[in-house]
Write a protein that binds this ligand. Structure first.
Ligand SMILES: [Zn+2]
Length: 285
């Protein structure tokens, strides 16, 4: 268990440098890494990928990492390989779950068996060095939890948030020994675009009107902030990149709500990953 108190020494790699597509849009601690977004916090790094830089054809163009989509799977595999290259963590060291819009968060403290079947859950916490927790989204919130003792990546849509998936994520990371946790909310649907029916509003009745519930819209990012605050993470430790997947340019993000046709599997998924990084292993980028 000594591993839980020692941060990994692995050197992090710097993905390709290219034109900054973000302009001055990224707020600290988020920063551009090529056409993607990185967020360094004490204990780890999160990366929130766009849909750019992959090989998939329309309508999955181009960096679709969703295995449960109607895309050509060899293209998805190649895209995943590219993400692995960019984060510097091979695919057999990715920790993934079968996402089911629930609130279970798994804690991984031992390297999983090769080809282990994915469990149904919506978050992965880990103390392992050189492993990345990865979720895929297309409007739902990818939320990274980072602490010097471990990291977690959570997939949080309205159902997961209503079922307290972020609270579970924080509790799970605390079980792993984490004390000072910071959170990073990646690109996801904003209140601007998230018009909902009364069912969704009802799911958030315990959150204040005007903050989480606004006329016929739901503010999932505010729900996330409030849920993290209830889990005793101070608000200044919660960082939101504040980018909406639906009204950002189509070439940047998959948006289930914007793009889905008859079959939801016709929308691609972008990747979000988090892994442990010792402060003395960071390079300048
Ligand atoms: Zn929007």
């Amino acid at each position: 268990m000594s591993q839980m108190s020692t941060a990994p020494k692995a050197k992090i790699t710097t993905p390709m440098k290219s034109k900054n597509v973000w302009g001055d849009r990224l707020n600290t601690p988020f920063k551009a890494l090529g056409e993607h977004i990185a967020c360094d916090l004490p204990g780890g790094r999160a990366m929130f990928f766009t849909r750019r830089g992959g090989v998939s054809g329309e309508p999955f163009d181009t960096l679709n990492v969703g295995l449960d989509t109607n895309d050509y799977m060899p293209a998805v595999e190649e895209n995943r390989e590219r993400v692995a290259q960019l984060i510097g963590i091979a695919r057999d060291h990715w920790l993934e779950v079968k996402q089911v819009h629930g609130s279970d968060v798994v804690l991984v403290t031992e390297p999983p068996a090769p080809k282990a079947k994915k469990v149904e859950a919506d978050g992965i916490a880990t103390t392992l060095a050189d492993y990345a927790a990865v979720v895929v989204t297309a409007d739902c919130l990818p939320v990274a939890l980072i602490a010097p003792e471990g990291v977690a990546m959570i997939h949080a849509g309205w159902r997961g948030l209503a079922a307290d998936v972020l609270k579970k994520g924080v509790e799970t990371l605390r079980e792993a020994g984490a004390t000072e946790i910071q959170a990073a909310i990646g690109p996801s649907i904003g209140v601007c675009c998230y018009e909902v029916n009364t069912w969704v509003h009802r799911a958030f009745m315990r959150y204040p009107r005007g903050t989480a519930r606004l006329s016929n819209h739901a503010h999932l990012k505010n729900v996330a902030r409030l849920q993290l605050q209830h889990a005793k993470i101070p608000l200044d430790m919660v960082h939101d990149v504040d980018i909406c997947t639906m009204c950002a340019p189509r070439s940047l993000f998959y948006s289930h709500r914007r793009d889905y046709g008859a079959d939801p599997k016709d929308t691609g998924r972008q990747a979000s990953a988090v892994w442990r990084v010792a402060d003395d292993a960071r390079d300048d980028d």
